[in-house]
Design a protein around this ligand. Structure first.
Ligand SMILES: Nc1ncnc2c1ncn2[C@@H]1O[C@H](COP(=O)(O)OP(=O)(O)OP(=O)(O)O)[C@@H](O)[C@H]1O
Length: 252
């Protein structure tokens, strides 16, 4: 579905993505994880075609991604970023419908699709007529997800979609997203800093460090068979907090 072959990208001489070869299988959810600055967002923006790689090739559904093919291939991909990336001067509804309007969908077709997406993301009613600044962070992410899904793309790319949310809203959206991924069976790539979140969403986790892929596997593979010392440190740092129970912090 998505195939990267020896893909590299640098900014000002510093490598952000370093010879990455990777395949994302159709209908599966993959979590892209790594420390800050490891190249996760850059990798996603290369896949979306927002910028070209310096070297290597990217194929989307067997089509080579190039400057020429990018506008067409981008329509196969829904893209959600951390703060939602919504246009502030448009209502939620207008944000969601943007691409469909551009494509000349009739009002009835737009309304029917919006109705489906409302039920899927559990965001309906007056919220849709609010501007992004009038929505909560969780609602904004639901709107952003609806916008990404409006044209029913095969691929859904999400860059830290839950990063800015409080733990309760985050848990709520995690549950909903997992159910949506399960139901829609799209090819999903979700970027997160959080190993437990990665394991929650995806059977396959891709761990990056300094622009390179350090290990690909299930959560258990990373824990039980770390590829190198970085993986061990990353897993330890991520799971340390998980082993503490509320009573550990309370009075004895
Ligand atoms: N547009 C840009 N111009 C210059 N440098 C960039 C640009 N985008 C990314 N970088 C650099 O490339 C490297 C990788 O950044 P990237 O945002 O892809 O990492 P990340 O793993 O997504 O980090 P985070 O988890 O903090 O979002 C970093 O050193 C970053 O400073």
């Amino acid at each position: 579905m998505i195939r990267l072959d020896e893909v590299s990208k640098s900014y000002g001489g510093a490598l952000a993505v370093d010879r990455v070869t990777l395949t994302f299988e159709a209908g599966r959810t993959t979590a892209l994880i790594g420390s800050s600055g490891s190249g996760k967002s850059t990798l996603l923006s290369l896949i979306v075609g927002l910028e070209p790689p310096d070297a290597g090739t990217i194929e989307i559904e067997s089509h080579l991604l190039s400057q020429k093919s990018a506008p067409h291939l981008r329509r196969l991909m829904g893209y959600v970023i951390q703060d939602g990336g919504l246009f502030p001067h448009l209502t939620a509804r207008r944000n969601i419908e943007l691409m469909a309007r551009e494509d000349g969908w009739s009002a009835e077709r737009r309304a029917a699709r919006l109705d489906e997406l409302c039920r899927l993301t559990r965001l309906c009613g007056v919220a849709l007529d609010r501007y992004p600044a009038e929505l909560s962070g969780g609602q904004r992410q639901r709107v952003s997800l609806m916008r990404a899904l409006m044209l029913d793309p095969d691929i859904l790319l999400m860059d830290e979609p839950l990063g800015a949310l409080d733990p309760l809203i985050r848990a709520d959206l995690q549950d909903d997203l997992a159910a949506i991924f399960e139901r829609l069976r799209k090819t999903v790539v979700i970027v997160t800093h959080d190993l437990s979140e990665a394991a929650f969403f995806a059977e396959r986790i891709v761990l990056m460090n300094h622009g390179r892929i350090v290990q690909t596997g299930r959560f258990a593979d990373l824990v039980e068979r770390p590829a190198d010392a970085f993986v061990t440190r990353f897993v330890r740092a991520s799971t340390r907090r998980l082993t503490a129970t509320p009573s550990d912090a309370g009075p004895s």
